[in-house]
Write a protein that binds this ligand. Structure first.
Ligand code: ZN
Length: 310
């Protein structure tokens, strides 16, 4: 069993409109944009990162806005819901805020004894807020939302699967343990992690496969401390027969990727070096940052990418 995984590191989704997505995440959800860069593999589009004030792993939502992308279609083989932790008693505030802003898909429910509010992101992305008992993670104070309601970071993610067996076995190998089961949803937990400790496995045996597009999660990344921990994880997963990419330098973390049984793309990302790697912590996410390999594209990209705030 791997002991290196510390919980969720980041979740990356696709969007159609960079400006609309940016407004939704920074204004409606009150998160901090901690990096404005480009998709390293497709530099004509942004890669936008949103998190708590410090860009702590376990709080980081990222977007690839592709202007011409079709809408995603929900189904099996993907992350169905990205769930944020908020303080106890704050869901009434959030429900009012979302109603006033015209946010869609609002559903109050209880899962594993916790009050939740489901809502749709800018492209119908599956999101939820859940009231968490205590959460030591610092919220971003610059988002206009009081500390007694502000988002703390990820609570969990739900993976929607036709058959959960292979993914359950993989998560067990990654150090997750079954915590509870309710209505056919298995909750698994990685104890002692970064706070983003939970993964829910939802089985829908007869549902169609998801079609990725705007509003779909592209991949979910799990956190490890550093390169050594990542290498150990890579070796252990390779020994189990998983096809893992080489280590790829994403400037703010180092990444490996592999496809989980059931279809969800997994990444394992290092906590180092973090988002202050190429700009001052006080000004994260304001200027367009480009990786060395795309620096020569700056004037073209500054002209072609849509302007977003900051
Ligand atoms: Zn990623």
């Amino acid at each position: 069993m791997l002991t290196q995984i510390e919980g969720i590191h980041h979740i990356t989704s696709m969007a159609r409109d960079a400006r609309r997505t940016d407004r939704f995440i920074t204004e409606t959800l009150g998160l901090r944009r901690v990096k404005k860069t480009v998709n390293f593999d497709a530099p004509d589009v942004y890669h936008l990162y949103y998190a708590n004030g410090t860009g702590q792993p376990g709080t980081v939502m990222t977007y690839f806005p592709f202007p011409d992308i079709v809408a995603g279609k929900r189904g099996v083989g993907e992350v169905g819901a990205t769930v944020y932790a908020v303080p106890k008693g704050s869901l009434d505030f959030w429900a009012r805020r979302f109603e006033e802003s015209g946010v869609g898909g609002l559903v109050r429910e209880t899962r594993f004894g916790d009050a939740r509010l489901r809502f749709d992101g800018a492209d119908g992305d599956g999101f939820a807020l859940v009231e968490a008992e205590s959460d030591a993670r610092e919220p971003w104070s610059g988002g206009g939302i009081a500390d007694d309601a502000a988002i703390r970071g990820f609570h969990s993610a739900s993976l929607v699967l036709r058959d959960r067996g292979g993914t359950e076995a993989l998560l067990s190998l990654m150090g997750y343990r079954p915590l509870a089961e309710e209505n056919g949803i298995l909750r698994m937990r990685r104890g002692g992690g970064n706070g983003a400790d939970l993964i829910d496995l939802e089985t829908h045996a007869d549902a169609p496969s998801a079609r990725q597009g705007a509003g779909s999660v592209h991949h979910i990344a799990f956190a490890v401390a550093d390169d050594a921990a990542q290498l150990a994880a890579r070796e252990a997963l390779t020994a189990e027969g998983f096809q893992i990419t080489p280590v790829i330098d994403r400037d703010y973390f180092h990444s490996i990727y592999f496809r989980a049984p059931g279809g969800v793309l997994f990444e394992i990302a290092t906590n180092e070096p973090g988002f202050a790697n190429d700009e001052d912590m006080a000004h994260l996410g304001e200027a367009l940052k480009l990786p060395r390999q795309h620096a020569h594209l700056r004037s073209r990209l500054e002209a072609s990418l849509p302007k977003i705030g900051g």
